[in-house]
Ligand binder design. Structure first.
Ligand SMILES: Cc1cc2nc3c(=O)[nH]c(=O)nc-3n(C[C@H](O)[C@H](O)[C@H](O)COP(=O)(O)OP(=O)(O)OC[C@H]3O[C@@H](n4cnc5c(N)ncnc54)[C@H](O)[C@@H]3O)c2cc1C
Length: 456
């Protein structure tokens, strides 16, 4: 097992990533699996997907689950992300989805994704925990004049398909509700979603699941998967095991090849990086016309995402490198720091107090996948949120739980989500495929800018 795509430094399950979220959350003690146990359902991965699956199984259906994580719960992307509750969890555009799955199924997928945004509000309220909600909807900014038309077109598709309100903002209007800076040429306000403390969401799910009797184990990586008749036996590194009728694989960007043959080479993990600055003062915010707690993404394919945190630090995120070494991360994060100063010149060189990285999961389907393995229907999966899993992954957990408890006829899943993505043909070359994709998208963005300049 455990064929990894990146450098070993990304798979240090023995320690937590030194993020702002770790520094501002209180982790409960979570034991390791030390003896053999049994449950109806065993879940591999203790992030949003796994914790939400287990919570919904126990709370809504009275089905007992055990969750195993290789690190601590929320060790992965669920404890490291930007906290943007947003849609869509896909790289395919609405016209592309309509071509592939039809208009009704595309609309069903979007309704599902929007329900994930709603869940991020209702679940904490129902379960009595706080996720430090901020902002109202999401802002998309044209970082170059050539990109406003594309944003406007996408907003038109979204509103026509879903009824989600979108508001087109010219440069002056964007500065009023968003920010100024050198790479702001108007944008769109999308009236769905908000921003939250991602670790608080994950730990809230953990607490709610444990209150319902879910057993969650940390530092219990599944290293062997045996079959015993119709039962599965998941064996952790220390030899202790969980026997279960069904297994849910909820490892997303950290899914190791060799875990289950049906899932091998389906995921293209990609690194995402985040910097968090020191708190900004009123005058500093005013210098960049910063007026919002709503999260912002720019319109490049290889985008920046950023938001002002409750203590007025700027969180600034971008894609990562393709090697995964700490030296490559240092270089990438230095580049981000420089670019932050280019976007917001009065903050050039600002102190960065936290910086970290994590893995997201891309797939050849360019949309998430939820279901059961064809020739092994007691093995369930949910993954491939394309860097937008804060709303989608807990929703996917609920969807998996309903499918397990009620069956696919009573709990139908939108066609966009059904079925596994194609495998990457040369699994060992995935880092190269990623490098190629970055080169292609970067060049395409640059050409768009040049064409626009030429047309002026
Ligand atoms: C830096 C960064 C920024 C992001 N920003 C945003 C954002 O702002 N908005 C948004 O919507 N999405 C964002 N995302 C994506 C989002 O965080 C993920 O889509 C989501 O957290 C996925 O949740 P998950 O539970 O499926 O996977 P994860 O949270 O990654 O959990 C997978 C778990 O599986 C465990 N695991 C792996 N192998 C094994 C094994 N063999 N045995 C046991 N356990 C195992 C890992 O330890 C890990 O804890 C971001 C991601 C990153 C990395």
């Amino acid at each position: 097992m455990t064929e990894r795509v990146f450098d070993a430094s990304l798979y240090r399950y023995d320690r937590v990533e030194p993020s702002y979220w770790e520094a501002t959350a209180e982790r409960p003690t979570v034991p390791s699996l030390v003896q053999d146990e049994a449950a109806d359902v065993a879940v591999i991965g203790g992030g949003y997907t796994g914790l939400s699956t287990a919570l919904h199984l126990a709370r809504d259906h009275g089905i007992e689950a055990v969750v195993l994580d290789a690190g601590v719960p929320a060790w992965g992307a669920s404890g490291r992300n930007g906290g943007l509750v947003c849609i869509p969890p896909a790289k395919a555009s609405i016209p592309e989805m309509v071509r592939r799955w039809g208009r009704d199924e595309t609309a069903a997928f979007y309704r599902w994704a929007i329900a994930g945004c709603d869940l991020a509000r209702t679940l904490p309220a129902d379960e009595g925990f706080d996720v430090c909600a901020q902002g109202d909807g999401n802002l998309e900014v044209a970082d170059h004049p050539s990109r406003l038309a594309g944003l406007v077109e996408e907003a038109g598709h979204l509103t026509a398909l879903t009824g989600v309100p979108t508001r087109i903002l010219d440069r002056a209007a964007f500065a009023e509700v968003g920010h100024g800076g050198t790479e702001q040429f108007g944008g769109v306000h999308v009236g769905v979603g908000f921003a939250l403390h991602p670790m608080a969401y994950a730990l809230g799910l953990l607490g709610a699941a444990r209150r319902r009797g879910v057993r969650v184990y940390a530092h219990s990586p599944v290293v062997r998967w045996d079959r015993d008749g119709s039962d599965h036996r998941l064996v952790a590194a220390n030899g202790a095991s969980v026997r279960a009728r069904r297994v849910v694989v909820a490892a997303n960007g950290w899914t190791p090849d060799g875990l289950h043959r049906g899932l091998d080479a389906r995921v293209l993990p990609a690194i995402s990086n985040i910097l968090v600055t020191r708190p900004l003062g009123d005058a500093e915010l005013a210098a960049e016309s910063w007026n919002t707690e709503t999260a912002i993404v720019n319109a490049r394919t290889l985008l920046f995402y950023y938001r002002l945190l409750p203590d007025r630090r700027l969180l600034f995120g971008a894609r990562g490198d393709t090697a995964g070494t700490t030296a490559a991360a240092d270089r990438m994060q230095a580049w981000m720091h420089r670019r932050l100063g280019e976007l917001f010149p009065s903050w050039a060189g600002i102190e960065v107090d936290y910086r970290w990285r994590g893995l997201v999961a891309m797939t050849r389907k360019r949309a998430p996948s939820i279901g059961a393995v064809n020739d092994d229907p007691s093995v369930h999966y949910a993954f491939g949120y394309h860097a937008a899993g804060v709303a989608a992954a807990p929703m996917a957990g609920k969807t998996v739980a309903d499918a397990i408890a009620l069956g696919s006829a009573a709990a139908p899943v939108p066609a966009v989500l059904r079925g596994l993505p194609a495998r990457f043909p040369m699994a060992a070359m995935r880092r190269l495929a990623l490098a190629g994709a970055y080169l292609w998208y970067g060049t395409r963005d640059r050409l768009q800018e040049l064409r626009h300049t030429g047309a002026d």
